[in-house]
Design a binder for this molecule. Sequence first.
Ligand SMILES: [Zn+2]
Length: 144
Amino acid sequence: MIIANAEWEVMRVVWAKGQTTSGEILEILKQKMQWSPSTVKTLLKRLVAKGCLQAEKKGKRFIYSAKIDEKSSMDRQTDDLLNKFCQRQHPALLEHLLHTSSLTLTDIEHLQNVLTHKKKHAAAEIHCNCIPGQCRCKENMEVF
Ligand SMILES: [Zn+2]
């Protein structure tokens, strides 16, 4: 399921807090998002409808908790990002991410191990996975 950017801001608070209320979410995000209470309530309603959150009524207010896992949601967001680009652009995208990310020596060593493993199973070439007309790959040009 697609989680919109504004909804993602809310999900991050819920994951960090475990259980939270619309008031707490508003308080935490007030600097960053300048939302009104009704905006937060609308987003929460939407996330419950999508099955991302569950709402439990306690007294007069609702307590929200996550129904989806943070790590797999992060992976899904990354997959969505990669799917926006031609597979042939993925190496350039990864290079950009490496340049812009803060990495510890441990992180770098871990990534080097990943690359060493990838090297053993390297693809001879990367195939374009775009629909015709959405990229300038040679493969697509040859089809038309
Ligand atoms: Zn392509």
